[in-house]
Design a protein around this ligand. Structure first.
Ligand SMILES: [Fe+2]
Ligand SMILES: [Fe+2]
Length: 285
């Protein structure tokens, strides 16, 4: 089978009314026109504030449709709301918010088979939400792994499985919660998942857990340099990930296009506390 060239882009945070991050997105669309990967996966936080402003979701969809190659997306907390009670942004995932996301982007979890590989998109925020779709998503994941046959499997999920350690305790909104983490990791081990590709943290990181490569994709939108000494080896730059799937192997590289600008949220946070509270800055075209 021919090698597969895949791009993962994440945390684009697009909005027509708060167009702070449009420039890097425009550059990214040009990059895709030039390199023409076989497929682009968008790993969440596609828009700036879907839970409060559903029109952000529809605008982000129009932006994804500018991509000159096939693409598919999974939701992030800024698209669909976070795991309840969403102690940070106070906009938890609900049935209507999930429905609004699905109206804009289609299914919030799915299976995409490409040339000998099975890519499984997951809705991280649905896990431990108590919503009706939660059990159905776990069933889909198990079925997709069991029925993969000779295909090698990749999971795409907005949040990383953990931040510092698989045994870390507590329910941080930075990563999957312990119960879901344990469940996903057990499935990765049992079904020899080759790669878990996540976003959410706005930095690049690559690590390994058993036979599974864990990749944190950078954002195209902004970086956060407020905690430079959290003990992790992270690349706090904007960019995207380019993957090469060949036979049974997957390689990847962090890409920072020369025309990308690194916007650091540090200055805003002192005054506004959250990117969702930034004043309007409409797209002027
Ligand atoms: Fe984000
Ligand atoms: Fe996020």
């Amino acid at each position: 089978m021919p090698p597969l060239r895949i791009v993962q882009v994440s945390d684009t945070h697009l909005s027509r009314t708060h167009a702070y991050f449009q420039d890097n997105w425009d550059v990214f669309v040009d990059c895709m026109a030039e390199e023409k990967p076989d497929f682009v996966f968008v790993t969440g936080d596609i828009c700036l504030n879907g839970p409060k402003h559903p029109e952000d979701l529809l605008f982000a969809r129009t932006q994804m449709d500018r991509l000159p190659v096939p693409w598919r997306a999974i939701p992030g907390n800024h698209d669909i709301g976070d795991t309840p009670p969403d102690t940070r942004l106070k906009g938890p995932i609900t049935k209507p918010r999930r429905a609004a996301y699905r109206t804009a982007f289609g299914d919030d979890y799915w299976v995409q088979d490409l040339s000998g590989w099975r890519f499984i998109g997951l809705n991280a925020q649905l896990m431990e939400s108590g919503l009706p779709g939660e059990a159905a998503q776990w069933a889909m994941l198990l079925d997709a792994l069991q029925d993969a046959e000779a295909r090698r499997c990749v999971l795409l999920i907005h949040k990383p499985l953990y931040t510092k350690s698989v045994t870390e305790r507590g329910c941080s909104l930075q990563a999957l919660w312990p119960k879901s983490r344990k469940r996903v990791l057990a499935l990765c081990e049992k079904y020899k998942v080759k790669l878990v590709a996540s976003g959410h943290r706005h930095c690049y990181r690559s690590l390994r857990r058993g036979d599974t490569r864990l990749v944190w994709a950078p954002a195209t939108s902004f970086i956060d340099t407020r905690k430079p000494k959290d003990g992790l080896r992270l690349t706090r730059r904007v960019g995207y990930i380019r993957y090469f799937f060949d036979g049974a192997t997957v390689k990847h590289e962090f890409v920072e296009p020369p025309l990308f600008v690194n916007t650091d949220m540090r200055n805003w946070m002192a005054a506004h506390k959250s990117t969702t509270k930034l004043p309007p800055r409409p797209l002027r075209r």
